[in-house]
Design a protein around this ligand. Sequence first.
Ligand code: ADP
Length: 225
Amino acid sequence: MNDLMVRAKDLRKSFYNGKNRIDAVKGADIFIKNGESLFITGPSGAGKSTLLNILAGFEKPDKGEVILGGENIYRLSDKKRAVIRNEKIGFIFQFYHLLPEFTAAENVMLPALMHPKCVRVAAKKKAEELLAKVGLSMRLNHRPGEMSGGEQQRVAIARSLINSPKVLFCDEPTGNLDSKNSRAIYELLFGISKENGLTLAVVTHEAGFAASADRCLGIKDGLLV
Ligand code: ADP
């Protein structure tokens, strides 16, 4: 169905710690509609990050398939899957993962510069526009070490949007922020999702903001509930 951005069937993933097998995801079926915001909440160790990484094309499941924007992503070569990730998805991490030696504007531009046909001037202009959108016009030339956690996460959000993704995956996006900054980050994410018809998938152990999403699922011991 083409109104689905993500469709995943019977996802399973185990890890081995010596001889011990850890079943992190135990058979997840999941769909996310175009433009929908979905929260997946559960305690630490429930399998949230593993599930999100599988959906976003970062972690090959042991079993099951993920269809993202019409592409069966784990049937593609690693190279083709990397291209799809760069063009169709954005990803937000708990600890921002900005490059410390680059300015805010340079960090935001980076994913655009990976594109073979990228025009640097256009990428810079777009980075500045996105930083304005997240309220950071005054921080274009600041490095991550000169910004607060909330500001760094805003830079990461701007970076995630530079290639105009269809879906944004967020792993504990406010896990390192206080409640005021957390609220501001979620308002920004939901606002951007609504404004641009951007599909949003958030995993978090904090259920507090889940009511603002279109839909919420729980996960416990590797099973969606
Ligand atoms: P959550 O995001 O809900 O905290 P995770 O998906 O990170 O949960 O982890 C689920 C389970 O899988 C945990 O028991 C965790 O220790 C284990 N796990 C996750 N990644 C790995 C890995 N790379 N190697 C071994 N075990 C892992």
